[in-house]
Design a protein. Structure first.
Length: 345
């Protein structure tokens, strides 16, 4: 622990967690029936659970599953994404929770004791083939868009092609011309480029061409678990070289190898094992944390937002300082948001 950390370190774990701006960069919402998160729900993330667990900010996701790419399906995807973003915005009352579309707004909400409701779009299929929708997404408060989900789309190849949709192993060889144009427009508007779900070739190309560092908002390390959604060391190195960020997520199948014929059981310690690997490989400034709650994420010890303090406890047990824990929880992601805001225009 350096001098600055010793001077600022809270006396107890509870004080450390309370002083940390905790931000979960990827949480799904049920759709089309979305329970109001202002009250107790069956969801893994609602405002009471956030309060109980000391989770101060969350990116709720307008997720669009990959479908066929005919005109009707594209229009439906765009309509769904817009409706989801508007529904998420409506949950913030301005007092208990505030919509936060910039890094400064996230910090201001936390300083005022309000929860920060942030927005993201998962799957560029949500554009419906129309780049102008990126401006709408940003105007509605989105801070990032994930280029693909499972299945290739018109922007890029996916790390997990969909055989049921007729996907070949590769369709574009990484990004398509439309995908490259989308990244340029996202840079212009201040939307971060999320490379979770993107094929390795597409991810590396996105990291190379984006004027703003890219982020994988929910991923883990392939060196530890050979899963197609995890980033290998070459991909992690590309994030370090370009200033990007890998957010390690609480999806059990990403964190532990599944036993034959069974499902893996992962813990908070497994999550932090992947954090440790990424930090050792590319440095503390390029690693963060997310849950993917209500979208498949949950591990023993961090089963919902009310258990968020257990992650901070494990990080502290491993020897991370207060400053480093702050970077992992929000500092690194807010840095990318600021870069995106400055590059916009």
């Amino acid at each position: 622990m350096d001098i600055a950390d010793r001077a600022q370190a809270p006396d107890s774990l509870a004080a450390l967690h309370a002083a940390t701006l905790t931000l979960d960069t990827h949480v799904d919402i049920p759709w089309p029936e979305m329970p109001d998160p202002r009250g107790e729900t069956g969801r893994k993330v609602d405002f009471p659970k956030m309060r109980a667990g000391g989770l101060k900010a969350v990116v709720f996701i307008a997720f669009v599953p990959q479908t066929r790419r005919d005109a009707e399906s594209l229009a439906a995807a765009a309509e769904r994404a817009e409706a989801m973003l508007r529904a998420i915005r409506a949950t913030a009352d301005g007092f208990t929770a505030r919509v936060a579309a910039t890094a400064a707004e996230v910090e201001a909400a936390a300083a005022a004791g309000a929860l920060a409701v942030m927005l993201g779009v998962e799957n560029g299929h949500a554009l419906g083939g129309d780049l102008s929708r990126l401006r709408l997404f940003r105007e509605l408060g989105a801070c990032y868009m994930t280029l693909t989900h499972d299945g290739h789309n018109d922007l890029a190849d996916s790390a997990r092609p969909r055989g049921d949709l007729g996907d070949p192993p590769e369709e574009h060889g990484g990004l398509s011309p439309f995908g490259r144009a989308a990244i340029a427009e996202m840079n212009r508007l201040g939307l971060l480029v999320d490379v979770s779900h993107v094929s390795k070739r597409g991810m590396l190309e996105a990291a190379r061409i984006s004027r703003v560092p890219v982020v994988a908002t929910h991923t883990a390390c392939r060196a530890l678990v050979d899963h197609p959604r995890n980033l290998d060391d070459e991909q992690l190195d590309a994030l370090r070289a370009t200033g990007g960020l890998a957010q390690i997520t609480a999806v059990a199948s990403f964190l532990r190898q599944a036993p034959k014929g069974g499902q893996p059981e992962a813990t908070v310690a497994d999550l932090v094992d992947h954090v440790d690997h990424a930090v050792a490989r590319i440095g503390i400034d390029h690693v963060g944390i997310s849950s993917d709650f209500d979208g498949g994420g949950a591990v023993k010890g961090w089963n919902d937002a009310a258990e968020t303090a257990n992650v901070t406890a494990e990080l502290r047990r491993r020897g991370y300082t207060a400053r480093e824990i702050g970077l992992l929880w929000s500092g690194n992601f807010l840095r990318l948001m600021r870069l995106a805001e400055r590059a916009a225009g």
